[in-house]
Design a protein around this ligand. Structure first.
Ligand code: MSP
Length: 512
């Protein structure tokens, strides 16, 4: 089975921040989870490089647009490398492969009579790269997202007959039995889209005559494709449209388009309409996670309140940065984040719970058994108990993109082992019953191995490290793939008696 997941392609007018990281880490966690479940995964991210926003940013910096895009796109790639993102492809809309796809789609729609020319005057927000109807502006006549006054623009453009797709879209979004059903999640967001759709759709501008920094229309080179049309098409370019039919057939359509609510309308209305117009299959799930503020305000470079991926990694390390970013607010809901909140969660979940479990277990093994897994009767009860706690709930939370809940399941499993340690009181057994102590430590190690496999998608390098520390054999990814596909703990467990253990060092130093 294949699984195609995408993030938005981020504007190349600035550097990546925690907002972009949020979506990208979440998509990465899903991609890793699906790979562990034996899916043939295609995970796409990239940069959006055309349009007035980029052209203006370049001008302000005294650079050519392409030069700025090259620099910024490289920054996104670096950030994703730093955060251990396992994307299969990174698309840039200035690539040749993308020009070909955009020209092809635009020409197809034109040939089908879905594109026509019209004089238009409207209020354009460069931040959003879209026109606004007066009724959609806030009480000050400003863009509701950017709080800036849109500019009045008047030009002759090509328009797309979006209005003719209203019924078809409503049907596909609301009828779960439709063979081309588009599942918009979460439900509240779907309801908003449906409500807006029911009010009627207006045809949308599909090209710009004044913006040179874009892809010229194949049938009228004096106009460039509207940046949103250009951008959305990236999702099919990357999987081979139109030249690699085999790849395209294999991976399209998208199983999940992931993003925040700011751009849900484009993905759930304009994009499916374009695809329908071109007679291509529709995305299956469009998931809008929450939008978060930082200390109560919108993150903005000018306010100086952005958190960069680099800062996150400097403060917490890569694995913790990934874990904290995606679990701080309930996935799918808006929320507020802060450094204090991140640190609090770090100390609670990682230093006190997970870190403590690993370090106390290994310290006991060092002190009493010379850092070797003791020869002892194998007792997998605790491991099985951990598994019972995790198995179904974790998988269903992951598959429903409830990442914060899956992380809670993990914490509960870790707590369960920590409680068992308190109950066993191995520090007393060390004085009274060395054989029982050996059985206990052996059982903690088995339970930790199970936990490590479930941690893999969230904290890949840490999980690998835990696997080594506990003397478990083979590559954790291979073992976990087998485990998640047939769901059986081997009879002899994972780590075996006599194997060498390692001192972990302090995995998560407490932060004051
Ligand atoms: N270029 C368009 C997307 C085109 S996709 C065909 C764009 N780019 S963007 O750089 O502005 O990225 C917006 C996305 O970044 C959001 O939808 C979300 O995925 C992520 N986020 C940016 N800031 C965020 C928050 N403060 N909170 C949550 N997600 C955030 O729009």
């Amino acid at each position: 089975m294949k699984f195609y997941i995408t993030t938005p392609i981020y504007y190349a007018n600035g550097i990546p921040h925690i907002g972009h990281s949020y979506t990208t880490i979440a998509a990465d966690i899903m991609a890793r989870w699906k790979r562990l479940n034996n899916f043939d995964v295609y995970f796409l991210t990239g940069t959006d490089e055309h349009g007035s926003k980029i052209a203006e940013a370049a001008k302000a910096k005294g650079k050519k647009p392409q030069e700025l895009c090259d620099e910024m796109s490289a920054k996104f790639r670096e950030a994703w490398k730093l955060l251990d993102i396992s994307n299969d492809d990174f698309i840039r809309t200035t690539e040749q492969r993308h020009f070909i796809a955009v020209e092809n789609i635009v020409q197809t729609l034109f040939d089908k009579g879905l594109i026509f020319k019209k004089k238009y005057e409207g209020m354009y927000c460069i931040g959003c790269e879209r026109f606004f109807a007066k009724k959609d502006l806030d009480e000050n006549g400003c863009c509701p997202f950017h709080k800036t006054k849109p500019i009045l623009q008047s030009e002759e453009n090509y328009f797309f007959k979006l209005s003719s797709f209203q019924d078809a879209l409503l049907e596909r979004i609301t009828d779960v039995n439709h063979k081309e059903h588009i599942d918009i999640q979460p439900e509240e967001r779907r309801n908003e889209i449906v409500g807006k759709l029911k009010l009627g759709l207006e045809d949308v501008s599909f090209s710009r005559s004044a913006i040179e920094w874009g892809i010229p229309l194949p049938f009228d080179k004096s106009q460039t494709a509207y940046v949103w049309v250009d951008a959305l098409i990236n999702y099919i370019t990357a999987v081979g449209y139109p030249s690699d039919e085999t790849k395209f057939k294999k991976y399209w359509s998208a199983d999940i388009h992931l993003m925040a609510k700011d751009i849900l309308w484009f993905h759930s209305v304009i994009w499916p309409a374009v695809l329908m117009g071109a007679q291509l299959p529709l995305p299956k799930t469009i998931y809008s996670h929450g939008f978060f503020t930082l200390n109560g305000s919108k993150m903005s470079k000018s306010l100086g309140n952005v958190i960069s991926p680099q800062e996150l990694v400097e403060n917490y390390g890569v694995d913790a940065a990934r874990y904290l970013t995606v679990t701080l607010i309930p996935f799918g809901h808006d929320g507020d984040i802060s450094w204090q909140g991140l640190t609090l969660k770090y100390n609670m979940d990682l230093a006190n719970n997970l870190g403590n479990l690993i370090s106390r277990t290994l310290k006991m093994a060092e002190k009493n058994f010379n850092l070797k897994i003791p020869q002892a009767v194998l007792n997998l009860e605790l491991a099985k108990n951990v598994e019972r706690n995790l198995k179904e709930t974790f998988a269903s939370n992951m598959d429903n993109l409830q990442l914060h809940k899956a992380a809670e399941n993990l914490q509960d499993a870790i707590t369960l082992v920590n409680i068992q340690i308190e109950t066993d009181a191995p520090w007393k057994l060390a004085k009274t019953d060395k054989d029982k102590l050996a059985v206990c430590i052996y059982s903690y190690l088995q339970a930790i191995d199970i936990i490590a496999m479930y941690l893999l998608s969230f904290m890949p390098s840490l999980a690998e490290k835990i696997w080594q520390i506990t003397g478990a054999p083979g590559n954790i990814n291979d073992v976990a793939k087998k485990y998640f596909t047939n769901g059986i703990i081997p009879k002899e467990g994972f780590s075996v008696s006599g194997a060498d253990l390692q001192i972990p060092g302090i995995l998560f130093p407490r932060i004051l």
